[in-house]
Design a protein around this ligand. Structure first.
Ligand SMILES: *Cc1c(COP(=O)(O)O)cnc(C)c1O
Length: 232
């Protein structure tokens, strides 16, 4: 049952947070983003009914169709790679775009947000793990973009997003999350409105929280296996 899975995930979140508090590190709240990609729209309605307010989708088209079906309640997070030609729809359908990974995308999203008079909240995705996925700013590009962020008048940067590599031993993700946290602390020191560090999914969210994540993106642990035969 979904409600039981939510309880289990929330208990794990609480015990990881407790460890972090024992270590006298900051952070006292974690946002659980329910990753509903490749599940029917009804699962979003169920999640909202169970009190989850944050919905994560990785494709713009899929989110758009689901919103047409069930409406747009809660806070919607775009967590998958975004192509710049989809920026208009991303701005129309998401409250937080977590996967901003290039200057080109910053430009497009800013332009589309300005067009409709929106200030789009975003996270900058950093490529720290390097192995599996190629998305995310490389360090040099990230450092180069930081002084320019205020030029994007219709973008509000809330923080960072990091995806760890897939690995057999979850402990191997710890250095990646620790590096994500260090980058977050540095960014926070430069910009007062930085408050979100999105790290961790079903397989590694406990480690991510121990290392400082305050936003986790969890699908499988809540909803079971995804159904890739579904078409949206
Ligand atoms: C699919 C996805 C998740 C959720 O993965 P689970 O292993 O099902 O929890 C988290 N983050 C991103 C970026 C994803 O694409």
């Amino acid at each position: 049952m979904l409600i039981d899975n939510i309880k289990l995930v929330q208990e794990k979140i609480a015990s990881s947070l407790a460890k972090r508090r024992e270590a006298k590190l900051t952070g006292d709240e974690v946002t659980l983003v329910a990753v509903t990609k490749n599940h029917p729209a009804s699962i979003i309605t169920d999640s909202l009914a169970c009190g989850l307010r944050d919905i994560g989708e990785n494709r713009v088209q899929e989110a758009k169709h689901k919103q047409e079906e069930i409406g747009k309640e809660g806070t919607w997070h775009l967590i998958g790679h975004l192509q710049s030609n989809k920026a208009r729809q991303a701005v129309a359908h998401f409250d937080l775009i977590e996967s901003i990974d290039s200057e080109k995308l910053l430009n497009e999203v800013n332009k589309e947000a300005a067009r409709i008079g929106k200030v789009q909240e975003i996270l900058l995705q950093l490529n720290i793990a390097h192995e599996e996925q190629k998305s995310g700013f490389e360090k040099e590009d990230y450092l180069a973009i930081l002084p320019k962020l205020d030029e994007y008048k219709n973008i509000k940067v809330r923080g960072l997003m990091v995806i760890a590599q897939a690995c057999e031993d979850v402990e191997e993700t710890r250095p990646v999350f620790a590096a994500g946290y260090r980058a977050f602390v540095r960014l926070k020191a430069m910009r007062s409105d930085i408050d979100i560090l999105s790290m961790g999914m079903s397989s590694d969210f406990t480690v991510a929280i121990e290392e400082g994540a305050n936003n986790v993106r969890v699908g499988t642990a809540l909803f079971g296996a995804r159904d890739y035969s579904l078409k949206f």
